[in-house]
Design a protein around this ligand. Structure first.
Ligand code: ADP
Ligand code: MG
Length: 426
C-alpha cells in the first residue's frame, strides 16, 4: 500500500509555504522592501523543508521519502545564492539530526542542488515561463535520478522499486506546478501595476489638452499688457498695475503646470500621512481646466482630515472619478466634492448632475475595458479607482440615476496618530 495521507500532507506543506505565503506577501505587504520579502520567502521555504522532513511519505517497503528537495530547488532558484546556501544548511543540518544512512544521501543530493542552483547557467528571473518550467523540471529529474543512483550504491540495491518511480513523478509534477503557479501570481501583480500606469498615462494625455488651453489664457493676457506697456506715454501708476496683473497671471500659469506635473511625473512608491484637504485641493486644481471647458461648476466642502496612502495614487483615483463626472456633463452641470468624518471613517463624496447610468451600466462599472465612450474611452479608469481604494483598505459605493446624476462615496480609514497631531500643530 501506498501512503496517500503522507503524500497529501507533503503537497499541502509545499502549497502552504511556497505558494500561499508568497501570495499573502504580495497582496498585503506593499511597502516592504525587496530584501525583506526575500528573507521571508527564504524562512518560509526553510520551514517547508523542515516540515517535509518531519512528516515523510511512508512507502510499504519501509522507505521514507518526502518533497524537501522540491522546496530546496524552488527556493534556490527564486531566492538566489543566499537562499541556496541557507536552504542547503537547513536541509543538511535538520536531516543529520535524525541520523541514519539517509543523512549521507541527503548531504550528497542537497549539495548537488546547491551547486545546480548557484551555477545555473541562466539568470532565472529573466528567462521566460517556459524556460523556468524546463529548468525546474530538469533540476527535479537530475535530483531524482541522482537520489536513485546514490541509494543503489549505498543500500546495494539494484532494482528500482515502485516508490522510486512514484517519488520521481511526484517531485517532477510538484516542481513544475509550483513554478507555474508562482509565475501566475507574479504576472497578475505585474499586470495590475501596468494597468494602473497605462490608465494614468491616458488621463495625463487627456488632461494635457485642457491644461495647455488654460495656460494659454494667462499668456495671452500677459502678452497684451506687455504690448500696451510699449507705449511710452503710459503713466507710471498704470504701468505698475499692468505689471502686477501680468505677474499674477504668470503665477497662475505656473501653478497650473506645477500641479499637473506633480501628478504626471512618475513617483517612487512612498506611503505617508496625507492631508486630505491639500490632496483634494490639488486634484480640484488639476481638473478645473477640464471643468471650465465643459462649463461645469465645482462646489467644494472639505474638512481637514488625514489618511495613510500614496499621494499620486490618491490623486489618480480622485482625478479618474472627477474626470468621469465632468465627461458625463458635456454641456454644463455641477460637481460637488465633499469630505466628512463618518463613524470614524473618512467619507469623500463626489456628485455630478450628469447623464447617470442604468442599472446594467452601474453593475459593469470597474470591469476592465468597459466603456460607453467608444474610441474616446479606455474603460480602465474605474478599474484603477477600485484597485487604488482597495490598496488603501477603503470601500467605494456608487449610486446613479439615469439623466439625473451619479454619486461616488469613498470610505477610507482615518489616520489619528501622533504624526498627525504634529502636522496639525505646525
Ligand atoms: P472611460 O471613462 O474610459 O469610459 P471608466 O472606467 O472611467 O472608463 O468608466 C467606465 C464607464 O462608466 C464610462 O464609460 C461611463 O459609461 C460610466 N461612468 C463612469 N463614471 C460615470 C459618471 N460619473 N456618470 C455616468 N457614467 C459614468
Ligand atoms: Mg474615465
Amino acid at each position: 500500500m501506498y501512503d496517500i495521507e503522507g503524500l497529501l500532507l507533503n503537497v499541502l506543506i509545499l502549497a502552504f509555504f511556497l505558494l500561499f505565503v508568497p501570495l499573502l506577501l504580495k497582496r498585503n505587504i506593499k511597502s516592504s522592501s525587496k530584501n525583506q520579502t526575500k528573507w521571508i520567502f527564504i524562512v518560509s521555504t526553510s520551514l517547508a523543508i523542515i516540515t517535509c522532513i518531519s512528516f515523510p511519505i511512508n512507502y510499504s517497503e519501509g522507505f521514507y521519502y518526502d518533497l524537501r528537495f522540491v522546496a530546496q530547488i524552488i527556493g534556490g532558484l527564486y531566492g538566489g545564492v543566499p537562499a541556496s546556501i541557507v536552504l542547503w544548511v537547513v536541509t543538511v543540518a535538520y536531516r543529520s539530526f535524525f541520523g541514519g544512512l539517509g543523512a549521507y544521501s541527503t548531504f550528497i543530493i542537497s549539495t548537488l542542488i546547491l551547486i545546480l542552483t548557484i551555477f545555473c547557467p541562466f539568470k532565472f528571473h529573466q528567462v521566460s515561463i517556459k524556460k523556468k518550467l524546463m529548468i525546474g523540471a530538469l533540476f527535479s529529474i537530475i535530483t531524482s535520478v541522482s537520489l536513485i543512483v546514490v541509494t543503489i550504491i549505498m543500500f546495494d540495491l539494484v532494482v528500482i522499486n515502485f516508490a522510486d518511480v512514484v517519488h520521481f513523478i511526484l517531485q517532477l509534477c510538484s516542481s513544475v506546478v509550483i513554478i507555474y503557479i508562482l509565475e501566475i501570481i507574479r504576472e497578475t501583480s505585474f499586470i495590475n501595476k501596468r494597468i494602473i500606469k497605462a490608465e494614468k498615462m491616458e488621463v495625463v494625455s487627456h488632461l494635457a489638452s485642457s491644461i495647455s488651453h488654460e495656460v494659454r489664457n494667462p499668456l495671452a493676457v500677459v502678452r497684451g499688457f506687455l504690448q500696451m506697456m510699449q507705449q511710452t506715454d503710459l503713466p507710471i501708476e498704470k504701468r505698475k498695475d499692468f505689471l502686477n496683473i501680468s505677474l499674477s497671471e504668470i503665477d497662475r500659469a505656473n501653478d497650473i503646470i506645477r500641479n499637473y506635473l506633480t501628478f504626471a511625473k512618475p513617483s517612487p512608491e512612498n506611503i505617508e500621512v496625507l492631508n486630505i484637504k491639500e490632496e483634494m485641493q490639488r486634484a480640484i486644481e488639476i481638473i478645473t481646466p477640464l471643468a471650465n471647458m465643459n462649463c461645469v461648476e465645482i462646489q467644494t466642502n472639505i474638512t481637514q482630515l488625514f489618511v495613510i496612502g500614496e499621494s499620486q495614487l490618491l490623486q489618480q483615483c480622485l482625478l479618474n472619478i472627477t474626470k468621469n463626472c465632468i465627461e458625463a456633463m458635456p454641456d454644463s452641470g455641477k460637481l460637488f466634492v465633499k469630505t466628512i468624518e463618518k463613524n470614524g471613517e473618512l467619507l469623500i463624496e463626489i456628485i455630478d448632475t450628469g447623464k447617470g447610468m442604468t442599472q446594467e451600466q452601474l453593475s459593469r462599472l470597474g470591469e476592465p475595458y468597459y466603456t460607453t465612450k467608444g474610441r474616446e474611452g479606455t474603460g480602465l479608469g474605474m478599474m484603477a479607482v477600485m484597485k487604488i481604494i482597495e490598496l488603501m483598505n477603503g470601500r467605494l459605493h456608487v449610486k446613479s440615476k439615469l439623466n439625473q446624476g451619479t454619486k461616488f462615496e469613498i470610505y477610507l480609514p482615518l489616520e489619528v496618530s501622533e504624526e498627525v497631531a504634529a502636522t496639525l500643530e505646525k
